[in-house]
Design a binder for this molecule. Structure first.
Ligand code: HEM
Length: 134
């Protein structure tokens, strides 16, 4: 199994490639109907995944935990349901997938907050968060 940092950054780059191809297709056809879905694929799929990856690269202590892998799985599921879910909602098919994706995205960010509070940021994060000795 690859390190969680590689998983986050590589998956983010893959989502960015998909989002860019989608953007080029929208620009070429002049049909921007699904641009909010494209925007969320790029922002949640690339920007957030890359920020999470950068955090785990800075904080190896957090990256070594099972929680980091759970965070990765949750984040991927969130993108895979949110972006197509928004497209389906715009097309008037169903809002269920977008709703599921919204809550998965929220859960992924809540888990990130928990991990940051638990492990701090960077090698010195935890020490910096601990009360200084009197
Ligand atoms: C090859 C690269 C890309 C192309 C060709 C492209 C193309 C487009 C097009 C044609 C639109 C619709 C604009 C409109 O209707 O006014 C759009 C919207 C948008 N794009 Fe991209 N895009 C690209 C990459 C990105 C990236 C990397 C991001 C974010 C990291 C991004 C975020 C957005 C957002 C937030 C919107 C607005 C969504 C909305 O209207 O709700 N795009 N893009």
């Amino acid at each position: 199994m690859r390190p969680v940092v590689t998983l986050f950054v590589a998956t983010g780059a893959f989502f960015a490639l998909c989002g860019m191809v989608w953007g080029i297709q929208m620009a070429a056809t002049g049909d921007h109907t699904l641009s909010p879905a494209h925007g969320h694929l790029n922002l949640v799929g690339f920007v957030l995944m890359s920020i999470f990856g950068a955090y785990y690269a800075l904080t190896p202590r957090a990256a070594a935990t099972g929680l980091a892998r759970l965070h990765y799985g949750l984040s991927v599921l969130a993108v895979l349901s949110l972006a197509p879910g928004i497209a389906l909602a715009i097309l008037g098919r169903t809002e269920v997938l977008a709703l599921l994706g919204s809550f998965l995205t929220l859960a992924s960010m809540a888990l990130f907050l928990f991990v940051v509070l638990r492990h701090g940021v960077g090698e010195e994060g935890r020490a910096a968060m601990a009360p200084s000795p009197a």
